[in-house]
Design a protein around this ligand. Structure first.
Ligand code: HH2
Length: 260
């Protein structure tokens, strides 16, 4: 999954793709590099970020979503927790809703069901504005897993198809660095939920801590984290650096096949 942030303030690519033409060009490039899904977002949810009104969010993503369908065969995901934005995106041909609030809004559940869309159900502790103020867990993998279990049961009970659902433990969303590393190392434990697993480690500061602080910059740290995630059973990785990540994953997979 390639990231397309149409925002002025995303933590790593804010302001780069506010021009719809540049955004579409970037999406096409990500697909050429190996992305099979493009995730279009119009609100930064980095720690400390303020919510964006729906009108402003749509002014950012609407023109891009309108143009994108004709430019690529890749699946289109919309990164929003607002049902009104998701509804407009799906009516323009988006295939998937990436909901960082894990379908906590009943209107979103009903919309996804009605439109027969795919959905990413993500875990977040708190909300972006305050989520990094001393988050704590007894056992982060168990607690995140219990939340995803509860939300996916609600989705199934409302009639959303089992094969439309993807789960995501929400790296960096109300988690300290050690929580994120525990999730990456314990990713296999999410398999018991019975859904494909998506993770988004890309350029997040915690990934510089893997390997005892070996990666020096966020790009290479994120790529290493994506490789680890795939080795631990992730089905999808949400990344900015599609070309380098795809190459690194292919190398690691080829290596795994050679080891007796
Ligand atoms: N991370 C971000 C945004 N959306 N969605 C899912 N499912 N999983 C993630 O880990 C995830 C996500 C944050 O990254 P980014 O989009 O690069 O930054 P910003 O929120 O500042 O736009």
């Amino acid at each position: 999954m390639g990231i397309l942030n149409v925002t002025p303030d995303s933590f790593s690519d804010g302001g780069r793709f506010l021009d719809p033409a540049l955004a579409v060009e970037h999406a096409v490039r990500l697909v050429d590099q190996g992305a099979s899904i493009i995730d279009v977002g119009g609100e930064s949810t980095r720690p400390g970020a303020d919510p964006v009104p729906a009108e402003a969010e749509w002014r950012r993503v609407g023109p891009v979503l309108k143009a994108l369908g004709a430019k690529t065969d890749a699946r289109i995901s919309v990164d929003t927790y607002k049902p009104e934005i998701a509804a407009k995106a799906l009516s323009l041909g988006a295939d998937m809703v990436n909901d960082i609030t894990g379908l906590r809004d009943g209107r979103m559940i009903r919309l996804v069901k009605r439109e027969e869309a795919a959905v990413v159900v993500m875990h977040m502790k708190g909300e972006p504005k305050t989520m990094q103020r001393a988050p704590s867990y007894r056992d982060v993998v168990s607690e995140v897993s219990a939340f995803l279990d509860e939300r996916t049961r609600a989705a199934l009970a409302a009639g959303i198809a089992r094969d439309a659902i993807v789960v995501d433990p929400g790296l960096g969303f109300g988690k300290r660095p050690e929580h994120n590393v525990d999730i990456l190392r314990g990713l296999e434990r999410f398999r018991t939920l019975g859904f494909p697993i998506l993770v988004g480690p890309s350029r997040k500061s915690f990934s510089c801590e893997i390997g005892g602080g070996l990666p020096r910059n966020r790009e290479e740290a994120g790529i290493a984290a994506a490789v680890l995630a795939v080795e631990q059973g992730a089905d999808l990785v949400r990344v900015h650096d599609v070309a380098a990540t795809a190459k690194a994953i292919r190398i690691a997979e080829a290596d795994a096949r050679r080891v007796p």
